[in-house]
Design a protein around this ligand. Structure first.
Ligand code: C2E
Ligand code: MG
Ligand code: MG
Ligand code: MG
Length: 279
């Protein structure tokens, strides 16, 4: 009876997994068409420079406005796109959109940068790098107004190659930012080995730093370490004024979070820039 129950459980699970798999495959089958149909949108979240109170840059965050499933967040479809070998096409789409929007903002007189999130597997992929080089060399925007955000795990598979490729982008002027800092592994090794310009402290350390002394200590010492090494520090996930005050006091360079601004469509982002310029 036990065996039969186990077998039953197995098949129930297999059934559920098969359904989930089916849904994923359907979704991935739709992705190329979604790009072509304009369902893939890029939203922008401001990064505020504390010393000048200026919006220094915008992080491009991808969304899928699906006709029947509603707005799909990247945490759901990015991993699927990675597994299905669609991440290169998707990222190039996001990068091209972000570069076009950035060119527009700059033409309106706003000196801002744009940050793009790069998946692990893409960094050392020759076809992807070649396409990025073409865009960087196109003259659409100065490459030193682009930031590539990578995670610690992004470089794990082949650290040497990833580092070499990042140095190549860095040499063209692109800034390299370590995203979600503190949540990965071999953290200090990466800080030493990668050609970083910026470090983003993960929001899990930042969010409650004004309430939790241990978090505050980690945030402060990370800022000291990074700045000591010549890196700019971004704190992500600022939701409370108390948290912002702590980051100011700690000398953090840039802040990002719902308190400063949520991710928004390009028109709303440019309206924010315009408002701030007028104020
Ligand atoms: P991330 O790069 O660490 O981006 C920050 C995420 O935190 C974003 O979620 C943002 O909306 C959210 N966030 C920002 N401020 C706050 C805050 O104050 N409180 C809270 N609770 N959350 C905040 P989102 O847009 O859902 O993106 C999730 C992740 O998906 C990103 O994490 C990034 O790793 C990935 N992602 C987004 N766009 C792309 C893309 O174009 N390519 C790749 N490879 N990954 C992307
Ligand atoms: Mg990011
Ligand atoms: Mg992050
Ligand atoms: Mg993240």
């Amino acid at each position: 009876a036990e065996e039969a129950a186990a077998a039953g459980a197995f098949w129930r699970h297999a059934h559920v997994d098969a359904e989930a798999l089916e849904r994923r495959l359907v979704l991935m089958g739709e992705l190329d068409q979604a790009i072509a149909d304009g369902e893939i949108e890029v939203h922008y979240q401001p990064k505020l420079a504390l010393a000048t109170d200026r919006v220094a840059s915008a992080e491009a965050l991808v969304r899928w406005r699906h006709p029947t499933r509603g707005m799909i967040r990247p945490d759901l479809f990015i991993p699927l796109a990675e597994q299905a070998d669609r991440i290169g096409a998707l990222t190039l789409h996001v990068l091209a959109r972000a570069v076009a929007d950035l060119a527009d903002w700059r033409a309106r007189g706003h000196d801002v940068s744009v940050a793009i999130n790069l998946s692990a597997m893409l960094i050392a992929e020759p076809a992807f790098s070649a396409a990025v080089d073409t865009l960087l060399d196109s003259g659409a925007v100065p490459p030193d107004r682009l930031i590539f955000e990578v995670t610690e795990s992004a470089t794990l598979a082949d650290p040497e190659r990833a580092a070499a490729q990042l140095r190549h982008f860095r040499a063209k002027g692109v800034a390299i930012s370590m995203d979600d800092y503190g949540t990965g592994q071999s953290t200090l090794t990466y800080i030493r080995e990668l050609p970083l310009s910026e470090l983003k402290i993960d929001r899990s350390f930042v969010q409650h730093a004004h309430l939790n002394p241990a978090d505050a200590l980690m945030v402060r010492s990370t800022i000291d370490l990074a700045q000591g090494l010549g890196l700019k520090v971004v704190a992500e996930g600022i939701e409370e004024p108390g948290c912002l005050a702590l980051l100011r006091d700690a000398g953090c360079d840039l802040v990002q979070g719902y308190l400063i601004g949520r991710p928004m469509v390009a028109d709303a982002f440019v309206a924010t820039l315009e408002q701030r310029a007028a104020a």
